[in-house]
Write a protein that binds this ligand. Structure first.
Ligand code: BGC
Length: 771
């Protein structure tokens, strides 16, 4: 039975009737004067604040509707046993209201609509200094925790498009939807590098490659913040999780990471450093420990690297309850207060989330263990963010805006374009695809008519806003020749009866489309198989999905498998047996339409894999940028290879690469070389090709990866058209950390590899000498 614990919070909150004293009614203090610079206003305001008010600014709480929703979905026992949902035993609605009015809360997360945001801001306006709240939310691919938002394809999809302009555009649009709903700060981009695809969070990352992740992360930040985010249509981005969550031991979320400083600096830091250079104003520490030190208590990460080396000017927010976990989980602090001290000393500025943090801060200041100066260092950037976002001057949002901006037609277009560009064609034997309208199509599978296309970090969306694969196909072909068998939408639950029925029905069709994969829906507690905290030990198709495909395949008609999934699926049988495989990832609101268009050839697939697919989970790590000796020896039981390589993806066009050239065979100092190649579309179908450039260092003091991506470009080619694609190569692109941990480019030979994927067979090579 579901039980209510603090349900009174929400309802009483909505009915709040505390009188509001508008700011302009008070006599204007310098910090209230919009004609002064943000800097001047921050300095004035901070000089007026008490220690308690400063601790309040460093404290974040979970939005009240979000709490109520968690309570609706979970039983009392589940809530008590889980730390995944925010609620505050012992604090009731009035207590929380009072805390805002008393200036004890600086931020909320997961406030899901403008009405709630305004109610909270009105309370903040009554506080002694009237400091507005900054509202954060996980708008990871669209503001999808909000009902009615545009759900863009998830980051792993976006990365497959290799289209940074689209990612920037989607972020600009998402910022607008967020502000219309009262939120100012998105906890994205997730720029973790994935080294273990068993991790449930692959879908919210840009994959395994440092360069691609960096490019995608920067585009995301640029879109959300658009410079210094001054104004009312932009939001603050958040570089997370600092650092290493995608390489946790055993692929389990939060588990430790043990890694050399070289790998940290060479592979895991660059997206974060680039985020700082792109102006990102907030960072989130990672759940995990790194080399024995939990990130939340790591002075090395949060201070020495982030602030001293990289000159990060913004503020660091903790991840969910992780400050306390220094005590309760990692056991590097003997009690809660010590945990807070350790974390703040290391460089933490805001606690996500709950009431104990500020109490600890006050106690630590009282005991002389934390200085007020230290608090000022945290509070200043938090206030700076609020000034630049315009919150002091306009704390409330027009409640009619959300209806106009959520799922705006322009945003829908972007989401659809991105979906079209992010679907990877993995296999197409004998050109079985595209389908033609005369064929009798049989479609089934747990993801055929499900909202799993929305990916993780989405809450339920209106039925009308989501196009499933079945709906997409039936929209394109209304002749009745597409027959759908509903076998439910749970990848974990496929019955033998349904498999038998499907096999029967497949016999009447010319071709079968089976839509399988994962269930990433965070609200589907029993059904989900991927997403946050949903790691898998195996990477095969969950449950009886492969049985279903095998049974349908046994009929002897061609089978197209469509994968909807947020992490690589490793199923060699599919690669060896079915006629076509479409990797659709988590393509968002219009995912089903885009998949159908690809199946019918109205859209020519152009995406490439942002992550490799291992032959089995035993093959992990399976990254393309491995060291030279990695595959010197072989496995005795299974092939020593990946199922699909990074950068790989087929098209209905056929592209030919020719005339690789370089304008200089030697460079020194600041000189740069230009590498060019011709790409020809040798088919009668127009298409996009993603041309990739990798580098390979012939000899180096420290071993280097066999190849490292350093450039890509998406080009559109009409039938028979040839285009020349050029890349600039300079010494910075060839640099690495030498034995003394210096970032250098060693003199010597480099191979510049250009082509259609990271596979050797798809690359042409030209030599460059560095003097
Ligand atoms: C996740 C973060 C997220 C936060 C707030 C945490 O559990 O690790 O990525 O931003 O929750 O939802």
């Amino acid at each position: 039975m579901k039980t209510k614990i603090t349900l009174s919070l929400l309802t009483a909150f909505a009915l709040t009737s505390i009188a509001i004293t508008p700011l302009h009614a008070k006599s204007k203090l310098p910090y209230q004067d919009a004609s002064l610079s943000a800097e001047q206003r921050v300095n004035d305001l901070i000089s007026r604040m008490t220690v308690a008010e400063k601790a309040g600014q460093m404290s974040q709480f979970v939005g009240l509707k979000h709490i109520a929703e968690a309570e609706k979905q979970l039983t009392a026992e589940q809530l008590n046993n889980s730390d995944a949902h925010g609620f505050y035993p012992g604090l009731n609605n009035d207590d929380l209201k009072q805390m805002i009015v008393d200036g004890e809360i600086g931020s909320f997360l997961h406030v899901v609509d403008a009405e709630e945001a305004n109610a909270l801001q009105k309370l903040a306006m009554q506080s002694r200094l009237g400091i507005p709240l900054i509202v954060g939310i996980d708008a990871i691919h669209g503001n999808a925790l909000v009902n009615g938002a545009t759900v863009y394809p998830s980051p792993i999809s976006a990365a497959s498009s290799f289209n940074t302009d689209l990612v920037r555009k989607a972020s600009v649009e998402t910022a607008k939807e967020m502000r219309a709903n009262g939120a100012h700060w998105t906890f994205t981009p997730n720029i973790d590098i994935v080294r273990d695809p068993r991790w449930g969070r692959v879908g919210e990352t840009f994959g395994e490659d440092t360069y691609l992740v960096t490019e995608m992360g920067v585009a995301t930040i640029e879109g959300f913040q658009q410079g210094d985010f001054t104004g009312t249509e932009k939001v603050i981005a958040n570089a997370k999780h600092f650092v290493g969550g995608g390489d946790s031991i055993n692929g389990l979320n939060i588990a430790p990471l043990d890694v050399s400083e070289r790998t940290l600096r060479q592979d895991y830091f660059p997206p974060f450093k680039a985020a700082v250079d792109a102006g990102v104003f907030t960072f989130m520490a990672a759940h995990n420990e790194v080399n024995g030190q939990p990130s939340h208590g790591s002075k090395f990460l949060l201070n020495d690297v982030l602030r001293e080396e990289w000159k990060f000017p913004g503020f660091v927010v903790s991840d969910w309850l992780d400050v306390d976990r220094l005590h309760t989980l990692h056991r590097v602090a003997e009690n809660h207060n010590d945990a807070v001290k350790l974390s703040v000393d290391a460089g933490m500025d805001m606690n996500m989330h709950g009431p104990q943090f500020s109490k600890a801060i006050l106690q630590l200041v009282k005991e002389g263990r934390l200085t007020e100066q230290r608090l000022d260092a945290s509070v200043k950037p938090i206030l700076m963010a609020k000034f630049r976002l315009g919150l002091f001057d306009q704390p409330l949002v027009d409640e009619t805006l959300a209806e106009k901006l959520n799922f705006h037609p322009e945003h829908q277009k972007t989401a659809l374009t991105m979906a079209r560009q992010s679907i990877v064609l993995l296999k197409n034997e004998e050109k079985i695809l595209p389908l033609n309208h005369k064929q009798k199509i049989f479609i089934t599978g747990p993801n055929a008519n499900a909202h799993t296309t929305l990916g993780d970090w989405s809450l339920p969306q209106p039925e009308d806003n989501v196009i499933t694969v079945v709906e997409g196909l039936q929209k394109l072909n209304s002749s009745g020749s597409v027959k759908y068998l509903d076998i439910g939408n749970q990848v974990k639950q496929i019955s033998d009866e349904d498999i038998a029925k499907a096999t029967e029905q497949a016999k009447d069709a010319d071709i079968s489309v089976v839509v399988v994969g994962e269930n990433p829906l965070r609200f589907d507690n029993a059904g989900k198989t991927s997403g946050e905290n949903v790691a898998r030990a195996e990477l095969d198709l969950y449950g009886k999905q492969l049985d279903l495909i095998k049974a349908i395949h046994s009929v002897g008609k061609p089978v197209v498998v469509v994968l909807i999934n947020g992490r690589p699926i490793s199923e060699p049988w599919l690669s060896e047996n079915v006629e076509a495989i479409v990797e659709a990832w988590e393509p968002g609101s219009f995912g089903g339409q885009a998949v159908a268009e690809v199946l019918y050839g109205e859209v020519n697939p152009s995406a490439k894999m942002p992550i490799s697919v291992p032959y089995s989970e035993g093959h992990i790590q399976s990254v393309y940028n491995h060291k030279p000796s990695t595959y010197f020896k072989r496995y005795v039981d299974l092939p020593t290879k990946n199922l699909y390589e990074f950068g790989f993806g087929l098209s209905y066009s056929s592209f030919e690469y020719s005339d690789l050239s370089i304008d200089k065979s030697t460079i020194s100092g600041q000189e740069q070389a230009v590498v060019s190649i011709n790409v020809t579309n040798n088919s009668d179908v127009a298409g996009d090709e993603i041309v990739q450039l990798y580098i390979n260092d012939e000899f180096s003091e420290v071993t280097r990866a066999v190849k490292e991506l350093r450039g890509f470009e998406r080009v559109s080619l009409k039938p028979s058209e040839t285009k020349q694609v050029s890349f600039v190569v300079n010494q910075e692109m060839l640099a690495y950390y030498n034995l003394d941990m210096q970032w250098v480019t060693e003199a010597g030979g480099f191979n510049i590899l250009v082509g259609s994927s990271s596979r050797d067979a798809d690359l042409q090579s030209i030599r460059l000498q560095v003097k």
